[in-house]
Design a protein around this ligand. Structure first.
Ligand SMILES: Cc1ncc(COP(=O)(O)O)c(C=O)c1O
Length: 371
């Protein structure tokens, strides 16, 4: 049985009428730039994220780029982050003039280690970028006090964690709610994905929100007048319309993903070599990815591929060892937990439309490989 890693066609079949109606409304109106759907989506996402503001932008990458730019980094300024993430987390630090400082992750959750953050803080540290990887939040109750003690802003890269929650000091806190900003991606494969690129920044900070709104429009609050040099980084109205049509389904989709995750983990738990993902008891995980750790990972990957079972390795090379960051001087072995993860992780199909039979085929193929 062929099982894709992701089946967006299956999702489209279920929501086609709503999405096409929403897109046709925009097309009939012929208003594609900053139309009313953008503001409607911003309001809805701010509500979902428990934040005062949401600012649509062109991608999850730009959602990181704009607030990093708002930090006005100078050459030599350092931003601490994780090396076990998608490239954009660190690429945007570099592209806004900062130097990424990579620190290791927590072995159980793959998220940045608060202790490692604290150890890396120095006189040039200007900010911390935390990634809530694969759909579960990092230990914000430990990271925020460290950041506060050192007067450092925290950027939450929430590209993979929209709607995820964590009990922080006894209260449920949403992904993106507690940092200086939270940054979202609407890349098509995300739990809430558009039909192209898109992103959003959420924040509680009124002044910062105004600046981010300017930065996404070439740095001017008023057309043709520019307070600073910004970017063309708007969220397309058509994308906002698609996302508004999908948004009512998001919570159910994420619950269904979590159900699939439970079923996988029940099949793998207690296995001598397959290590299912660990959910921190403080977290409500939205399972953007279901990522196991295994020995002989590359062989498993080839065996699954031969059987038509979709899978992916997120991420095969930690960012501190990427050729583009060679000038930073990290050597293999510098961040051993991250490096071990890159050698052992593999992500399995977890999309909401995955059928029981498909999931059984994935489970069977993985168990058979290690039998
Ligand atoms: C953790 C993380 N950060 C940033 C991004 C960048 O988002 P985008 O692809 O929308 O630019 C992504 C997703 O692709 C991501 O997974």
């Amino acid at each position: 049985m062929n099982v894709p890693l992701l089946d967006l066609v299956a999702q489209y079949r279920g929501i086609k009428d709503d999405v096409l109606r929403a897109m046709m409304t925009v097309i009939e109106r012929q208003g594609f730039i900053m139309g009313p759907e953008v503001a409607q989506l911003e309001t809805a996402v701010a509500e979902l994220s428990h934040t005062k503001h949401a600012i649509g932008c062109a991608s999850g990458t730009d959602a990181l780029l704009l607030p990093l730019r708002a930090l006005d980094l100078r050459p030599g300024d350092e931003v601490i982050t994780t090396p076990f993430t998608f490239f954009a987390t660190a690429g945007t630090i570099h592209n806004t003039g900062g130097t990424p400082v990579f620190v290791d992750i927590d072995e159980a959750t793959f998220n940045i280690s608060p202790r490692a953050i604290e150890a890396a803080i120095g006189p040039r540290t200007r900010a911390i970028v935390v990634v809530h990887l694969f759909g579960q939040m990092a230990a914000m109750e430990e990271i925020l006090p460290i950041a506060r003690r050192h007067g450092l802003p925290v950027i939450e890269d929430a590209a993979q964690s929209i709607g995820a929650r964590r009990k922080v000091d006894g209260e449920w806190r949403l992904s993106g709610e507690l940092g200086m900003v939270g940054t979202l991606s609407f890349f098509p494969s995300k739990n809430l994905g558009g039909y192209g690129d898109g992103g959003m920044i959420v924040t509680q900070d009124d002044v910062l929100a105004e600046r981010l709104r300017r930065l996404r429009l070439h740095g001017g609050a008023k057309q043709y007048f520019h307070d600073e040099v910004g970017y063309n980084s708007r969220l397309d109205t058509l994308q906002a319309a698609v996302l508004l049509a999908k948004l009512p389904h998001l919570a159910e989709w994420s619950r269904t993903r979590a159900g699939h995750a439970r079923r996988y983990s029940e099949a793998f738990v207690g296995h001598p070599v397959i290590c299912p993902p660990k959910v921190d008891p403080l977290n409500e995980h939205i399972f953007h990815q279901y990522t196991i750790r295994v020995p002989r990972r590359n062989e498993l990957q080839a065996a699954l591929k031969a059987k038509g079972i979709g899978n992916a390795v997120y991420y095969p090379l930690a960012l501190h060892l990427q050729p583009c960051f060679a000038h930073l001087g990290y050597q293999p072995g510098a961040l051993p937990v991250s490096e071990a993860a890159t050698d052992s992780v593999i992500s399995l199909p977890i999309y909401p439309e995955l059928t029981r039979e498909q999931q059984d085929a994935v489970i069977h193929a993985v168990l058979e490989f290690y039998a």
